[in-house]
Structure formats: C-alpha cells, structure tokens
Design a binder for this molecule. Structure first.
Ligand code: HEM
Length: 395
C-alpha cells in the first residue's frame, strides 16, 4: 500500500458510518501508518501513537504557524494560540491558563450545571429528538456566554450564531461558515471594545488586553483572533463528542445502568470515551525542513495531520484498543487533548462540561435509545452530527 512518493493512500471525504473510519485507521496503522492523501490539496496523516507523539514532542521541528489543521480553513487572520509557535505563542497561554485551572473550573461548575439543566430538561420532557440539534449544538455557546462575562445582548447573539456556525462547519457549508465566522468576529470585536472602555476583574478579554509581550501590549487583532480561536476549538469537540457517547450508551444499556447507579464512575467513563472516540483527527503540523517518517519523505511545509483519533486506539499502547474498558490502567496516556505546547487550554472546563452533561442526562432518564440514523461529522473532527434518540424521563 505505501509508496516512497506521495500518492493517494486514502480518501478522507468518503462517506462514513459510526465504525468505518476506525476500521480504516486500524488497517492503515498496520499497512500504511504514514499515509498521504491528495484530497484537501494534499496532506500527510500519521496514524500510529508513536509517530504522532514524536512530532508533538518536537515543537521546534514541527510547528503550527504554516498550517495547523487539515483541511486548511480559510481564516480571516491568525488566531493565537493555535496558529503561533513558541515563543510567540507563550504570552497567549500565560494570559489564558489562569482562567482554565481546576479551581477556576470548579467555580464555573454551578453555571455549567444550570446551563445543562436548562437545555436538557425540555429535551428530555419531550421524549427526545436529535440530541445534537436539541442540546449539544447549543451547549458550548451558552457556557461561553458566561465564561466571557457577556452582557445579555451579546450573550443572545453568541448563543444563536454558534449554533449556525457549528452546523455549517460540520456540513462544510462554506458560504455559511464564512458569514457566521464574520458574525463571531463582530461579537469578539464588540467584547474587546467594551473591555477596553471598562476592564473587568477575572475576565479573559481584559486579561488578554492587559498582557504585555516584549514590553508591548498584545496587538488588538491577535486578541480578537484568540477569542475567536477559543470559541471555535472549544465549541466543536464537546458538540460532536456528547452525541458519540450517547450512541455507545444506547448500545450498552448495562453500562447506562451502571453509571446511573454509581455516578462516581462517570469521570473514568469519560476518560475512556475520550480515548475511544477522540473527536479530533485533523490538527496538523508542518516540518521546518525535509524529514523522513515511517520510511517516507515529508517535505518542509507539507501539512501533516496528527490523527489523534487513530493514535488513541493503537494496540501497541492500548491493548484491545477498540473496546471500552472502564479504568484502563494506562488511560492517562491518551492524547485526546494533544501534548506539548498546544495541549488543550480548556481541558479542565471540557471535562467538567462532559461530566455534568452525562450526569444530568443519566440522572434525568430511565433509558436513552438511539431511534434513527446516526449521521457522522467530517474531517477535521470525528464524531456525530445527528443522533436521534428516544428517552424515557425518570419519575
Ligand atoms: C472534548 C473537548 C475538547 C477536546 C477533545 C479538545 C482537544 C484539543 C486538542 C487535541 C488540542 C490541541 C491541538 C493541537 O495539537 O494542535 C486543543 C487545543 C486547544 N483547545 Fe481544546 N479540546 C476540547 C475542548 C476545549 C474547550 C472547552 C476549550 C475552551 C474553553 C478549548 C480550548 C483550546 C485551546 C485554546 C486550544 C489551543 C491551545 C494552544 O494552541 O496552545 N478546548 N484542544
């Protein structure tokens, strides 16, 4: 299958089912672990855990500033921190990290639970529907409105635009992606204007505006890009991932009941779900000189997708990798949140959002059952776009 020259080893835009991409990844890990596709203007894909982590552990050799995702998104400017390499990347993480510590997340938990209940209760009371359209596509926008301390009018706007943006991005509806992307920029620009006029304590935008690098404030355009970046990366993964967990729970009613009986198992279940159903497969790097990986020559600046979703099922690291195993001994080795300088900034908030949504979903239902066709999302994510479910409300 593999050849020394770039060719077309796989087709990332072929229609997928819930299991097909992972079947293909397993085949490629065995036969063509450093693969090339001519789709999306040509890119490499690393399928094995060892190759992916080797790249992540060498940030000075493999950077994000040329191309950080496959397919390349036509973006309206550079969006820190993902689009920058250290040391330029560092001040943005320094400004953001205090807002995403475990303590900061604990402070957000009552709000996240309230948002979850407000969205889920009517969905459950009506007996279900598409949980993505009914819940997951709204969830992050509502949480972000609070995390960014948005005034009611902007909060309304962000809740509404993020739903349209989320869906359009996952359906590759480019005109809507562009239009909604600009709407998100407008919202971010308004937040900056407001915080410049009146900085708030304990506020992400105010902290970014106050941060200095080399004695200079961070440029306005880059603060704008950072807010935009947080909205995108923080929105899509929880959105595709919650539906995915629901599909697995529907197929495993015993596990549903076990987690209902003992919710203290939910964090471990989420960790194993993050490994098994890793929502990102297209974050990318480029090499700053020609390199050889897996016997193939990768040229400087050619995009290399790090297929986290495949690496996390690599049998060399995770025996019985296609199976859900609660309390897997080396679960901490999963790389669903990446590794190295670009490791997810929001992982503690993400874990809380996922845990609380599962806790509330299970506590408020007797059963959750997929009731129609599951529709999958597309590169660069892996997960669900539509999951019709019927739910039996509890008591
Ligand atoms: C299931 C949920 C999530 C998953 C699986 C996830 C995963 C990831 C991964 C794999 C990366 C690294 C990208 C790379 O290697 O190039 C990343 C970066 C990032 N994530 Fe998350 N993420 C999630 C939720 C969130 C949330 C809720 C936020 C914000 C509140 C967030 C903010 C970020 C930011 C800002 C970066 C860029 C970090 C940098 O470049 O330094 N993520 N995420």
């Amino acid at each position: 299958m593999s050849s020394p020259e770039p060719g077309h080893d796989f087709d990332p835009i072929a229609p997928e089912t819930f299991t097909s991409a992972h079947e293909e990844f397993a085949e490629m890990r065995a036969t063509c672990p450093v693969a090339h596709s001519e789709t999306f203007d040509g890119f490499w894909a690393l399928l094995r855990y060892e190759d992916v982590t080797t790249v992540l552990r060498s940030p000075s050799m493999f950077g994000t500033s040329v191309q950080n995702v496959v397919p390349k998104v036509a973006y309206t400017g550079r969006r820190p921190p993902l689009h920058l390499d250290p040391p330029e990347h560092t001040p943005y993480r320094q400004a953001l990290n205090p807002f995403f510590t475990e303590a900061a997340t604990r402070a957000h938990e009552p709000m996240v639970r309230q948002v979850t209940v407000d969205l889920l209760a009517p969905f459950i009371a009506s007996g279900g529907g598409d949980i993505c359209a009914g819940f997951t596509h709204h969830f992050s926008g509502h949480v972000f409105a609070e995390v960014f301390n948005l005034a009611p009018e902007l909060a309304m706007a962000i809740k509404e635009v993020t739903v349209r943006y989320n869906r359009a991005l996952q359906e590759a509806d480019d005109p809507t992606v562009k239009a909604t992307s600009l709407e998100l920029y407008d919202i971010a620009a308004k937040v900056i204007e407001m915080r410049k006029a009146e900085p708030l304590d304990d506020d992400i935008t105010s902290a970014l505006l106050a941060k200095e690098y080399d004695g200079q404030p961070l440029p306005d355009q880059m603060v704008l890009g950072t807010i935009r970046q947080l909205l995108v990366v923080g929105m899509i993964a929880p959105s595709v991932f919650i539906g995915t967990m629901v599909v697995h729970l529907s197929e495993n009613p015993d596990l549903q009941d076990q987690l209902r009986r003992d919710p203290s198992l939910i964090p471990a279940a989420i960790e194993e779900y993050l490994r098994l159903y890793t929502p990102y497969r297209g974050f990318a790097r480029t090499a700053n000189e020609d390199v050889e990986l897996g016997g193939r020559l990768i040229r400087k600046d050619e995009p290399i997708a790090l297929v986290y979703a495949s690496a996390n099922r690599d049998e060399a690291v995770f025996p019985d990798g296609d199976t859900f195993i609660l309390d897997r001994p080396n679960i901490d080795d999963h790389i669903a949140f990446g590794l190295g300088p670009h490791r997810c900034a929001g992982e503690s908030l993400a874990r809380a959002m996922l845990r609380i949504s599962l806790e509330e979903l299970l506590a408020r239902t007797e059963s959750i059952t997929v009731s129609g066709e599951v529709v999958m999302t597309r590169w660069p994510e892996w997960g669900t776009l539509e999951v019709p479910v019927s739910v039996e409300p509890r008591g």
